[in-house]
Design a protein around this ligand. Sequence first.
Ligand SMILES: Nc1ncnc2c1ncn2[C@@H]1O[C@H](COP(=O)(O)OP(=O)(O)OP(=O)(O)O)[C@@H](O)[C@H]1O
Ligand SMILES: [Mg+2]
Length: 345
Amino acid sequence: MTASKEYAIETRNLTKTYKSKIKTAKNQRSLFSHKEKRIVAAVNHLDLQIRQGELFGLLGPNGAGKTTLVKVLCTLLPPDEGTALVNGFDVSKQQMQVKQSIGTLFSVGERGFFWRLNGYSNLEFYAAIYNVPRNGRKERIIEVMELVGLKEHAFDFFQKYSGGMKRKLALARTLLADPPILLLDEPTTGLDVTSSRAIRDFIKNDLIKKTGKTVLYTTHYIEEVAQMCNRVGIMNKGKIIALDTPDALKDMAKKGEVAELVVKNMSSAQVQALRGMAGVEEVAAQVQDAVLGQTRLRIRLTDVDALPRVLDFFFKEKIKLVNFKQEEPTLEDAFIELTGAGVGR
Ligand SMILES: Nc1ncnc2c1ncn2[C@@H]1O[C@H](COP(=O)(O)OP(=O)(O)OP(=O)(O)O)[C@@H](O)[C@H]1O
Ligand SMILES: [Mg+2]
């Protein structure tokens, strides 16, 4: 595979398999257990291209393979098959250059700090490890602490930092060496809404717009990627099963459209007739106001094209519409439809 500078991250046929032995009882009553080989293709023949300067959202349920992908991209794990180029460098053959091109943050990123040192001294330690030039090192540490909003607490002991402050310090650590590519694995998991928003705003406004870095951002939280990212990949069982803009992904969920209506003087025979119409999957009818003769209908359509026919039915039957609401599918609908998985909020 030839190095392409158009893409910050490029994988082809990338595969990472975990082989583990798990103890299982032969049957439930058996006292004896035996070991069974379990093979999981955590990243499964994955082709992915992320452009320079892009904020790419990788969304997937638990066990989808997001962390494994990040670990392969940052050279923590070797791929079993296929290739991955990061900043044009091969993760198998040019590990040093790959490491110099990236900053990585895992959701347990606050590990590896010294509790009895202050935030500044902790970063000083890592700046030495990352070979941040001695000349200007102090200024760089203060600069990244300011960027993530920790400047005021630079000289507080790490042990006194809150969870959000620890995560911000971890983010500052990934920025120290000013790498062009950031791999952020669930950077806001466990943070309160204010801290997660601060981190998201920082990534979108400072990292992407001002400094033009490339960010791979993994999360369970759909709204995060919907707000931040131009392109979102949905990952499941080691594969990217959909990749598009958040709006296009929402459109994918449109086929199971739902319309909510309040109608006046609709007979049960007419409700039955509606149920029998082509394109109508389900009709739930509930009396809303017996005195006014109002019924609330929730109609699930097989596709959005059925809606004009349904509205035409009301017109021809002279059924008066009191209220009409078409439910917009969300990215969450698309996600659940594609992966069949529940997600966090
Ligand atoms: N060290 C390991 N040994 C064996 N199997 C593993 C190991 N790490 C991960 N797996 C398996 O690989 C698959 C992908 O796991 P991974 O942690 O990459 O998913 P994820 O998308 O990051 O999930 P989460 O959202 O829960 O963080 C899962 O089936 C997991 O059980
Ligand atoms: Mg993970």
